[in-house]
Structures are given as structure tokens and as C-alpha cells.
Write a protein that binds this ligand. Structure first.
Ligand SMILES: Cc1cc2nc3c(=O)[nH]c(=O)nc-3n(C[C@H](O)[C@H](O)[C@H](O)COP(=O)(O)OP(=O)(O)OC[C@H]3O[C@@H](n4cnc5c(N)ncnc54)[C@H](O)[C@@H]3O)c2cc1C
Length: 394
């Protein structure tokens, strides 16, 4: 299939991060040969095609962190890209709502954080002022973040893929990468045959750690589950409403999001998934469960966060428990106002001590760059990450 060709560049994974990287590589090296290798029949089939579709402002991330810098930069690049290619998006702003007195200190910290991260026109709101933005939401204080928006990351990915092909890049679908051996050139074994490349980028989302090989890190899959608000309940949300997140976790909590198609989703939760692509509640993968149990970091994580883990399982298995979380800020919503079901799985890097790695992580072995941790908001930040990775290739 690859006919002994030595490519200048190969990218494993056609999610938004791999595609953004290929896009910038071809921008910098227009004469180069480039292959994108994707195991699925379609691009953007996993995290990129199953996320909340939110364009994040960067309010949450520690100033100076890789996440904060790339989200700020990625936000601008993404908006330029959406405008340039006439792709759909809407900047409608969001509220982060405190419903308990013990959440207000962290809310104020987020406000300061956001300002340090360069966000302008953030507003701290009292309980009454919340009604100016979202008349049906109950809370004791909130931040209004005007920069937040929604888009469709599948459309962005399709546009990136089209540009890559126009510039001579090749996208090989149904091409599962089994092994990468760094070297000059690097050897890439796929189920469809082998190829060689002078430089390789691995952006395989939930499976990047597998291609990285033995390491002190492991990707642990966390399923985010969503329901949709039935009419007329969906009319109670104008834009987006988020809770104050628990600072111990990199997840933002169940939020309400009005999407481009005007449906309003509630989610995502953060349930330990029994397989990296276990999208349904009943899905499991025996081999992946075994690998997870053998990783000391997973056992440490389970020990430290057993109670939260069980609470997430309860919300997954019992819809009234999920609905109770939505009722925190939409008090009178009945359980049967939640309909449908949709899920996405986060690729969350965990270290051997059981710490959930918060920041983006990129590692290099010789001529292979591995994007090991690119969780939310990596869709927003994808163009900044891709540009940075392309710049790092010499
Ligand atoms: C529930 C959920 C909600 C989220 N909400 C948001 C949000 O609102 N805003 C935001 O900015 N971010 C959000 N994110 C995060 C964002 O979706 C991800 O950070 C981003 O999509 C990561 O892109 P990726 O290309 O790294 O991974 P992916 O999209 O997972 O792409 C990886 C690709 O690699 C392929 N692959 C894997 N293994 C191999 C192999 N061995 N050989 C070949 N191909 C392989 C996969 O098939 C896949 O297509 C959310 C994520 C989830 C799960």
C-alpha cells in the first residue's frame, strides 16, 4: 500500500489535534510529503466528534500553564479559521454559577484567574444579576464570561482535512498504526503494511500512550454522559450554564449548553469507562480493564477517589441522580425532562502516583513527537497545539 515510500512527515490520528498539526506542517513545508494515518473509516470519530462543542475562553487554567497559553492562542486562531472558511459558530457567553456559599471563594479565584489570562469584560454577578442573563437559573453568585461560544469540531476537522488534501497531503483511513520505531527514518507498522517517515507526530488520543510504549503514564478513559432537555424545558436556557468546578479534578462538571442546532444538552459527567471506546454504559473491554488494574497509578487513583468514582457511577446508572445535579441550578426540572443519550470518552493521562495530569503533555523520542495529554480544551486549543508541534520539528 505504501510502496516503500519514505514520507517527510507522518501523523498518527485524524482527530482535530492530528489534523491541525498536519495543516501547520504543510503550511511550513509546502513541498513536503505527508501521510495522516487514521484507524477509523472517518476522521474525528472519537473525542473530537463527541465533545460539548464549546469554544473555551481559558478562564479555568493556571496562568502560565501550557493549557492557559495554548487556549488563549488557540481561541484566536480558531475564530480566524471559522471566519475564513465560513464555518458555523456562535459566541454567546456563559455563566459559571455558585449555588453554595462554600463555592464563592473558588468562583472569585476563577474570576482573578480569567483576568490574569487576559480575559476582558468578565463580570462577577450577584444572585439577582444572574437573572439578567439566564432568568430561570438559581444561584448565589456567578461569573459571566462573554468570550465562550459553540461550534462543531467535526466541521472544523473536515475543513482541515480538505486543506491537507489540497496541499498534497494523503489521509489514509482504516489504517491502524500498530507500532512506531523512532530512527532515521522512523518505521511505522500498520495493519495495512509498513511505511517510513523522517518525522512522526502521534496524536492518537485515547491510544497515544500505547504507541509511546512503556512509560510512567497511562491514559485512563473517563466517559462523559449527556442528555438533552425536552421541549419546553430547553427554552429555559439561553446560552451556557456551568457549575463551579471541583478544583481537585480537571473536569468542569455537568453543564447546560445550547448548541448550534439549538438543542440544549446537560452533561458531561465523568464516569470511569471500562474500555477506551466503551461509549455505552454496558460496554467493556476485558484486556483494557486488566491493563488498567495492573497499572499502579490506576490503583492509587481508585483508592484516593473511590467516593467520587462511586457517585459518578450512581449518576450514570440512575437518571434521577443525574437530574439532581441539573436541579442545582434549574431547580424545578423533572427527571423526565432529560431525554436521549450521548457520550464521549476523555483520554485522561494519569501518572504512577495516581495523579490526574492537568496540563497538556508533549514528549519527544528522537524524531517522534507524542501528544500524550490533550484533554479539554484541546479542541479549542488544537490550532495552537498543532502550530507549536510543527514549529518544534527541525
Ligand atoms: C466528553 C468530552 C467533552 C469535551 N468537550 C470539549 C469542549 O467543549 N471544548 C473543547 O475545546 N474540548 C472539549 N473536549 C476535549 C476535546 O474533544 C479533545 O481534547 C480533542 O478532541 C482531542 O483531539 P485529539 O485529536 O487529540 O483526539 P481524538 O479526537 O480522540 O483523535 C484521535 C484519533 O486517533 C485515532 N487513533 C487512535 N489510535 C490510533 C492508531 N493506533 N492508529 C491510527 N489512528 C489511531 C482515533 O481513531 C482518533 O480519530 C471534550 C472531550 C470529551 C471527551
Amino acid at each position: 500500500m505504501f510502496q516503500d515510500k519514505v514520507y517527510d512527515f507522518a501523523v498518527a490520528g485524524a482527530g482535530i489535534v492530528g489534523l491541525a498539526t498536519a495543516f501547520y506542517i504543510l503550511d511550513q513545508y509546502p513541498q513536503a510529503s505527508l501521510a495522516v494515518l487514521e484507524k477509523e473509516k472517518y476522521i474525528a470519530r472519537h473525542q473530537t466528534g463527541r465533545n460539548s462543542g464549546v469554544i473555551h475562553s481559558g478562564i479555568y487554567y493556571r496562568p502560565g500553564s501550557f493549557k492557559a497559553e495554548n487556549t488563549r492562542e488557540g481561541y484566536k486562531l480558531l475564530l480566524d479559521f471559522l471566519q475564513r472558511y465560513n464555518l458555523p459558530y456562535r459566541i454567546s457567553g456563559k455563566l459559571i454559577v455558585a449555588t453554595e456559599p462554600d463555592e464563592t471563594d473558588y468562583l472569585e479565584q476563577l474570576y482573578r484567574n480569567g483576568r490574569e489570562n487576559g480575559l476582558e469584560n468578565l463580570r462577577l454577578l450577584s444572585g439577582d444579576q444572574i437573572k439578567d442573563y439566564e432568568p430561570h437559573i438559581e444561584g448565589i453568585a456567578a461569573i459571566h464570561v462573554p468570550q465562550t461560544g459553540v461550534t462543531d469540531y467535526r466541521s472544523v476537522s473536515r475543513q482541515l482535512a480538505e486543506i491537507i488534501r489540497q496541499k498534497g497531503g494523503e489521509i489514509f483511513l482504516q489504517t491502524h498504526v500498530k507500532k512506531i520505531t523512532p530512527g532515521h527514518p522512523a518505521e511505522i507498522e500498520t495493519e495495512q503494511g509498513s511505511l517510513r517517515a523522517k518525522n512522526v507526530v502521534v496524536a492518537a488520543g485515547l491510544y497515544t500512550d500505547k504507541l509511546y510504549g512503556h512509560s510512567s503514564y497511562r491514559i485512563i478513559p473517563f466517559r462523559g454522559e449527556y442528555y438533552y432537555l425536552k421541549s419546553p424545558w430547553d427554552r429555559r436556557i439561553r446560552s451556557m450554564v456551568y457549575p463551579v468546578p471541583d478544583p481537585r479534578y480537571p473536569f468542569l462538571g455537568i453543564h447546560l449548553t445550547r448548541h448550534l442546532d439549538n438543542r440544549v444538552s446537560a452533561g458531561p459527567s465523568a464516569v470511569l469507562a471500562l474500555g477506551r471506546e466503551a461509549y455505552r454504559k454496558t460496554d467493556w473491554d476485558a484486556k483494557e480493564i486488566k491493563e488498567m488494574l495492573l497499572f499502579p497509578g490506576f490503583r492509587a487513583l481508585a483508592k484516593q477517589h473511590a467516593v467520587t468514582g462511586l457517585q459518578e457511577w450512581c449518576a450514570s446508572l440512575c437518571k434521577p441522580v443525574f437530574a439532581k445535579r441539573v436541579r442545582k441550578f434549574l431547580p424545578d426540572i423533572p427527571t423526565d425532562a432529560l431525554t436521549g443519550f450521548h457520550s464521549g470518552i476523555r483520554a485522561q493521562l494519569v501518572d504512577r502516583e495516581g495523579r490526574l495530569v492537568d496540563d497538556f503533555v508533549i514528549q519527544t523520542r528522537e524524531n517522534v513527537i507524542y501528544i500524550l495529554n490533550a484533554p479539554s480544551p484541546a479542541a479549542t486549543a488544537s490550532l495552537a497545539i498543532g502550530r507549536q508541534v510543527a514549529d518544534a520539528i527541525v
